[in-house]
Design a protein around this ligand. Structure first.
Ligand SMILES: Nc1ncnc2c1ncn2[C@@H]1O[C@H](COP(=O)(O)OP(=O)(O)OP(=O)(O)O)[C@@H](O)[C@H]1O
Ligand SMILES: [Mg+2]
Length: 166
């Protein structure tokens, strides 16, 4: 389950912003609005999230960031998909020469391979934890030109040091 989104230099977001939806295990939840971020986790996140705010406050920007990250995770190996045509950095002089950055954190099965996935779907208990995915897009003359870095790290049981997956 996704519980964190970080965005920097993307459309109306200039400085790094963190949207952290994680809820401490001690917070009561009589209505059942939260779900564990991975099976067995104390930390939870809301099952449904609403974004509200004034016009031009950045709601669509947040959704665009999430959509772009998901597309990059799914399709960045296919070089022509998605391209950078639909994305913009923050429109001031200084932001034209620094990267666009994203990060997401989510919980789920770690050390994930087709074999582990198979075991999990047949009801076997498999190792759970959190992932952190980071993406940095390089700009040239204010335009997004290439992926400067992309990484995925995991943390068994959501604790301790991040371990690099790629
Ligand atoms: N590249 C950019 N750099 C700086 N600001 C931008 C950039 N692109 C769009 N904006 C500004 O971002 C704001 C729009 O943000 P966004 O569309 O996320 O708001 P919203 O909350 O979804 O608004 P609405 O309620 O109208 O749908 C506008 O003020 C627009 O001028
Ligand atoms: Mg909008």
């Amino acid at each position: 389950m996704l519980y964190k989104l970080e965005v920097e230099n993307f459309f109306s977001i200039r400085d790094p912003q963190v949207l952290d939806l994680s809820v401490d295990g001690k917070v009561p939840d009589p209505e059942g609005r939260y779900a564990p971020i991975f099976e067995g986790a104390d930390v939870r996140a809301p099952k449904v999230v609403a974004l509200y705010g004034a016009n031009a406050s950045g709601k669509t920007t947040v959704l665009r960031a999430l959509e772009f990250v998901v597309t990059m995770i799914r399709d960045s190996v296919a070089r022509t998909v998605p391209g950078f045509a639909g994305i913009e950095r923050f429109n001031d002089v200084e932001s034209g020469s620094r990267p666009i950055r994203f990060a997401i954190e989510l919980g789920g099965i770690i050390n994930l391979t087709p074999e582990v996935f198979q075991r999990a779907t047949s009801g076997e208990k498999v190792e759970q934890g959190t992932y952190r995915y980071e993406l940095e897009i390089e700009l040239k003359e204010g335009l997004a030109v290439r992926i400067a870095s992309e990484s995925l790290r995991q943390r068994p049981n959501g604790q301790g040091k991040w371990q690099r997956v790629y």
